[in-house]
Design a protein around this ligand. Structure first.
Ligand code: NAI
Length: 248
């Protein structure tokens, strides 16, 4: 049912974790993939794995995003699937966070979605439509401790998704948000580090949810592949938790 033959995809944060697993799955299902990430070494590795192309990019910068889209157009003639997935976290309260960290998280997690989508929507509209998937978080639906900028940014991504789905539905562009629960990636280890906890105890706490385990990047990738595909032709403006009932 999920066939992505002929689809031209862009995946941000594709050097690692959820983005990397998704780039690999989209390619396996037939898509051609452009991987955009800050991390050149791992990004090039990921591109080699998927048979795709890597573009080094800071998703918070307009000129970098334009380079990604220009590359996709030059190589593939357009973009049918955009996975806005790159993201960062800073674990702090409003009393602890610096202005710079606040701005950085909002720029990487939210402004990037506006920038890349703004560049890609006209291309999708011109070619009859497309699918944009944004990575939110369980913490875009509910709050979490010591993560104020992250929670604010992911709440913004959730509602930005809905606003974009309304604006661009008439051009046959579907916009959805996938909200992972704790997933075994570099981000989770980074959170343990920021909080001064051991990765093992952090992972054990994260597994305390009805399905009794943490997420794997492939759990999220499969949902993104569905949303990217024509099997999800009437799914737009949706916010889908993939979290073993963590937010339930
Ligand atoms: P990760 O740390 O493994 O991957 C994030 C990727 O984004 C890295 O390759 C990194 O180099 C890239 N990146 C960071 N800043 C960038 C920038 N300015 N420009 C371009 N690339 C940049 O983490 P993970 O978990 O795969 O994160 C993917 C998304 O999933 C993020 O949006 C994150 O907030 C979200 N998420 C992750 C959860 C988890 O438990 N791992 C839970 C809920 C949401």
């Amino acid at each position: 049912m999920i066939n992505l033959e002929g689809k031209r995809a862009v995946v941000t944060g594709g050097a690692s974790g959820i983005g990397r697993a998704t780039a690999a799955l989209l390619a396996e299902l037939g898509a051609v993939v452009v991987i955009a990430d800050l991390d050149r070494e791992r990004g090039e590795e990921a591109a080699k794995e998927t048979g795709g192309v890597f573009v080094r990019c800071d998703v918070s910068r307009r000129e970098d995003c334009a380079r990604v889209v220009d590359t996709a157009v030059a190589l593939h003639g357009g973009v049918d699937v955009l996975f806005n997935n790159a993201g960062i976290i800073r674990r702090s309260t409003v009393c602890e966070i610096t202005d710079d960290d606040w701005d950085l998280v909002m720029a990487v997690n939210v402004r990037s979605v506006m920038l890349l989508s703004g560049l890609v929507v006209p291309l999708m509209a011109a070619s009859g439509g497309g699918s944009i998937v944004n990575t939110g978080s369980g913490w875009g639906i509910k709050g979490g401790a010591r993560a104020v900028s992250y929670c604010a940014s992911k709440g913004a991504v959730v509602n930005l998704t809905r606003a974009m789905a309304i604006d661009h539905g008439p051009a046959n562009i579907r916009v959805n948000c996938v909200c992972p629960g704790d997933t075994a990636t570099g981000m989770l280890a980074e959170e343990a580090r920021q909080l001064g906890e051991s990765v093992e105890s952090f992972y054990a706490d994260a597994a305390d949810r009805p399905l009794g385990r943490i997420g794997q990047p492939q759990d999220i990738a499969r949902t993104v592949a569905f949303l990217a595909s024509d099997a999800a032709a009437f799914v737009s403006g949706a916010v889908i938790a993939v979290d073993g009932a963590g937010t339930a």
